[in-house]
Design a protein around this ligand. Structure first.
Ligand code: PSV
Ligand code: MN
Length: 407
């Protein structure tokens, strides 16, 4: 968008939604922070057609951090990087190493970044027969120990946040006892939480399937929620947008968790794959999710402890990594800006009058129809950032440099 278009766009938005609401939307975009995952910058392969990898892929955690720093420099929105224990903090890919943690922490600090959520890696060793629900005690013990170390790292070096995703379950009916798998998961979680300091926060992620296709132990938000109830106040639910059946009303899940006061976190992506492979798109679903987060006061709340934890979780196969993550940040900011434009008082009035279509049209005027790119652009320009993140990246010279260096 050209400068003139941005100015004109702001004027039009002010006319429709009021200058105050537009200003608040700009402020919210400026205040919003989201973590990027270290793993997005690396080589994820493209499945069976894995011969192809996009150019400029980071080859180790230190190059991943350089990429993350470049993203933060352009966006001003991503000062923290989520880490994966055995990908980022291990020398042999099998055991966590404190030496690596120190090196990574130092490298991040030098680049103006911090370590974000710490993710135990439950899928590299011994997990072919489940993780916390495994038959083999040594597997469970190993993973419990890794999780406890993750919590220590999160406390000493990061934001006191640990996020757990368990690749669990079974592929055929009869393969495992369903109740027992759940019980084992719960027991191991309880055992873990007893060893973790109470001021470290643990979010439990659910996923409709993977690797278990017939059943996954923590398959939905209800299971995560039930488990957190047993675990104490420092446990909460992690909603990964991609981890639902396609028709799931995710914004409704968000409202239930907020209403029940359950601590929450978000992994953003787009769910075409019923997974977390894709970049975030600025679609109506995302805007509705943000509307509920805004209404629930759990995003850009000046009282930091009221906010949910926000992370991008994507692992692109074919896309250029830096484009993919910048696109996600842009999409999140667009969705937040749209959510900020809704006049909730006027909407409530329509709801009370049972004006079904009018309420829907009013809602969509902000969440679908408003072009909020001028808001997002203004938020950036006021912070001396470039209005267009992808154009800024292309002009930065970073791509040419990393393409040449990372062969
Ligand atoms: C697998 O679905 C997964 O993408 C989960 O969403 C985790 O959050 C992520 O991997 C990192 O382990
Ligand atoms: Mn996730």
């Amino acid at each position: 968008m050209k400068e003139k278009q941005i100015e004109l766009g702001i004027k039009m938005l002010e006319q429709e939604f009021g200058a105050q609401r537009v200003r608040r939307a700009i402020d919210a975009v400026q205040a919003f922070r989201v973590e990027v995952p270290s793993w997005v910058f690396g080589n994820f392969g493209a499945g069976r057609f894995g011969d192809f990898t996009p150019s400029g892929i980071a080859r180790n955690i230190f190059e991943k951090l350089e990429d993350a720093a470049q993203i933060h420099k352009l966006s001003g929105a991503t000062p923290r990087v989520a880490m994966h224990m055995l990908w980022d903090f291990s020398q042999d890919g099998r055991t966590p190493s404190w030496k690596m943690v120190e090196k990574v922490d130092q490298a991040a600090g030098e680049l103006g970044l911090g370590i974000g959520a710490v993710n135990p890696t439950y899928f590299l060793k011994g997990s072919h027969r489940n993780t916390y629900a495994a038959e083999e005690k040594t597997t469970v013990d190993d993973y419990v120990e890794q999780t406890v170390i993750a919590a220590e790292i999160a406390k000493k070096y990061a934001d006191k946040l640990v996020t757990l995703w368990f690749p669990d379950g079974s592929s055929y009916p009869g393969q495992v006892q369903l109740r027992q798998a759940y019980r084992k998961m719960k027991e191991a979680l309880l055992r873990t939480m007893e060893k973790i300091d109470r001021d470290v926060f643990v979010l439990i992620e659910y996923k409709v399937f993977e690797p278990g296709t017939y059943h996954t132990v923590i398959s939905d938000w209800g299971t995560s929620y039930l488990l957190t109830r047993e675990l104490g106040e420092n446990a909460g639910v992690l909603v990964d947008l991609g981890h639902h059946p396609h028709a799931t009303n995710i914004e409704q899940i968000v409202t239930r968790l907020i209403e029940e006061g359950v601590p929450g976190g978000f992994h953003f992506n787009t769910r075409y794959a019923a997974d977390d492979d894709h970049s975030v798109e600025p679609n109506p679903e995302l805007a509705r999710i943000f509307y509920e987060l805004v209404l629930g006061d759990v995003v850009t709340n000046p009282k930091a402890d009221k906010n949910w934890a926000y992370m991008i979780d994507q692992c692109s196969g074919r896309e250029h990594r830096m484009h993919a993550i910048l696109h996600s940040i842009d999409s999140l900011q667009i969705a937040l800006a749209k959510a900020m434009l809704v006049d909730t008082v006027a909407l409530t009035e329509l709801q009370e009058r049972d004006e079904i279509i009018l309420a829907n049209r009013f809602f969509n005027a902000s969440l679908i129809l408003a072009d909020v790119r001028p808001i997002v652009a203004t938020a950036r320009l006021e912070k001396n950032l470039r209005a267009d993140l992808l154009a800024a990246y292309e002009a930065s010279g970073y791509r040419t440099k990393t393409d040449a260096e990372r062969v």
